[in-house]
Write a protein of this length. Structure first.
Length: 107
């Protein structure tokens, strides 16, 4: 599935099952919540914390939740994430093409 296809699939789901998009502000709060849930799993899996009883290592699902809400926000604000990501990669390449290679902390 491409990013474009994913954005369309999210839009179709919202129109079929979700009634309507939440407001942009509500979706921003939802995105923050989902990023927090992802952070909790990463802290437990890769950090110093351990999973509590009943918690799951659902890393992929939490990442997908973040992508879902981000795509909702992109859809409702008219952002083509494929185009935005391509431009962002170009920007980073132009700006940082030697920055990391020459960073002694990364060697």
């Amino acid at each position: 599935m491409t990013i474009e296809e994913a954005q369309k699939a999210v839009d179709e789901w919202i129109k079929t099952y979700g009634v309507r998009y939440f407001s942009e502000l509500t979706n921003m709060a939802c995105l923050t919540e989902e990023v927090g849930e992802l952070a909790k799993v990463i802290a437990r899996k890769y950090g110093d914390q351990s999973f509590k009883e009943g918690e799951n290592d659902n890393l992929a699902d939490e990442m997908a939740d973040v992508m879902w809400v981000l795509m909702c926000i992109a859809n409702q604000t008219g952002v083509d994430l494929t185009d935005a990501l391509q431009k962002n990669i170009e920007k980073k390449t132009k700006r940082d093409k030697t920055r990391h290679i020459n960073n002694p902390k990364l060697k």
